[in-house]
Design a protein around this ligand. Structure first.
Ligand code: MN
Length: 423
């Protein structure tokens, strides 16, 4: 566990430069009538969950090159998220994947997480692979399967995931299905979708009254011809059929190239049906790269719609990073994502919404573009750093991680060959 004094001593080295940048930005924003203190406070409360599978090196279907010192148990995964939270003060929750991370002693696991200042966010079910000893196979689908026995297995699994989540204090279940087909004609679209709805209805009945279910969509992969829940429209249809506890989940990587994701966000929020949000970035497909590494302007435009929704009183979605780290240290990669997310959020908060609405009503495309790009081109890193500092985090989290040789310490504790469980 990182001690606050250690972080403070590193912060001292950066204090003067940081304060100068913050003062400069404060003065600039004050001229525009922006209350920087209010923005710093909002930033502090913007917390993103880290999934238990993101703490090890990810791979592709061609290979995986693990980096050493990866967490080999749920307890070690909690310790890793605790470390990230100590450095960044921006990820106060962990999102578990069942069955990769089944808590054996929920009370002890909950207490350990609390020691690190962590809560449990949405729990994630897995019917995209068979578990050892499983009597039936998900090879041809799970909730949509042609066999009622396989569907029941998948339904029961989701119910168990809810039970595990209840023991930990989670309040939501995320369902992502790999169900679909690889060849034209292989699957009857109508039957597959209606079987999926019936299965989800069984799971929905098991949800506690204060829980939500998030339905994630994805256009292709691992199935390459069709997926049962291919897009936000299909997810939205299912959520509306299920009821008021069901919502759509947007994963940034789950769209075909050039899809206008910010418009999807606006449409779902307007209907109060955006429940969950998965951050990552991509060039071609579901690349699961570091958030903001490829298309930072798109991330900002998405946040612009999220902030527009939240300021209109729409409920705030559950935020989670859903990325895979092929060549970077997973913890450094997550710190980069956390920074990028807060930068885009703060830039979206800077958008002069009153003037933007006026420009939109007046069909003034030039002013509208300028308002958005003024916000996007503002270097807000001092605000993000200040929000971390106020909450005891590091002004330069990756700098501290490297200066303290934390990966080397983890390798010392866990070994060079330690591979994160579940991956
Ligand atoms: Mn996802």
């Amino acid at each position: 566990m990182l001690q606050k004094e250690e972080i403070n001593s590193y912060n001292k080295r950066h204090e003067t430069v940081h304060q100068r940048s913050l003062d400069f930005l404060s003065e600039k924003l004050a001229h525009q009538g922006v209350d920087i203190e209010g923005i710093i406070n909002k930033t502090r409360y913007f917390q993103v969950a880290v999934p238990s599978w993101a703490l090890g090196t990810g791979g592709t279907r061609f290979g995986r090159f693990s980096g050493g010192g990866e967490p080999g148990s749920l307890e070690e995964k909690i310790a890793d998220v605790g470390l990230l939270h100590a450095l960044t003060a921006s990820c106060n929750a962990i999102s578990l994947h069942i069955p990769w991370d089944i808590p054996q002693d929920a009370g002890a696991v909950k207490a350990l997480a609390a020691k690190h200042g962590l809560l449990f966010d949405a729990v994630n079910s897995n019917t995209f692979q068979d578990q050892s000893g499983q009597g039936q196979s998900y090879k041809y689908g799970s909730l949509s399967h042609t066999s009622a026995i396989v569907r029941q297995l998948a339904i029961d699994h989701n119910k168990e995931v809810i039970d595990h989540g209840m023991a930990l204090g989670s309040k939501a279940l995320t369902v992502w299905l790999s169900d679909g087909s690889c060849f034209p004609g292989q699957q009857n679209f109508r039957k597959a979708l209606s079987r999926t709805l019936e299965s989800l209805q069984q799971i929905y009945k098991h949800l506690p009254s204060d829980w939500k279910i998030f339905i994630e969509y994805k256009p292709y992969e691992p199935n390459f011809y069709s997926t049962v829940i291919q897009d936000w429209g299909t997810s939205s249809f299912l959520a509306n059929q299920l009821g008021e506890k069901a919502f759509t989940l947007v994963d940034l990587g789950h769209h075909l190239p050039n899809t206008n994701i910010e418009q999807i966000v606006a449409t779902l929020m307007m209907q109060q049906k955006l429940g969950g949000f998965h951050f990552n970035d991509s060039k071609f497909g579901d690349d699961d790269l570091t958030t903001g590494s490829i298309k930072p302007y798109q991330l900002f435009l998405i946040f612009n719609e999220l902030v527009e929704g939240m300021t209109s009183g729409d409920p705030e979605p559950a935020w989670m990073i859903d990325a895979s780290h092929n060549v970077k240290d997973p913890l450094e990669d997550l710190m980069q994502s956390l920074e990028a997310i807060r930068i885009a959020y703060v830039q979206a908060l800077l958008v002069d919404r009153v003037t933007l609405h006026e420009a939109q009503e007046a069909n003034d495309a030039v002013s509208a573009q300028n308002i958005l790009q003024d916000a996007f081109r503002t270097d807000v890193r001092a605000i993000v750093a200040e929000a971390r500092r106020v909450d005891g985090g590091a002004l330069d989290p990756i700098g501290v991680f490297r200066a303290m040789d934390i990966r080397k310490q983890l390798i010392g504790q866990r070994g060079e060959k330690a591979i994160a469980t579940g991956l």
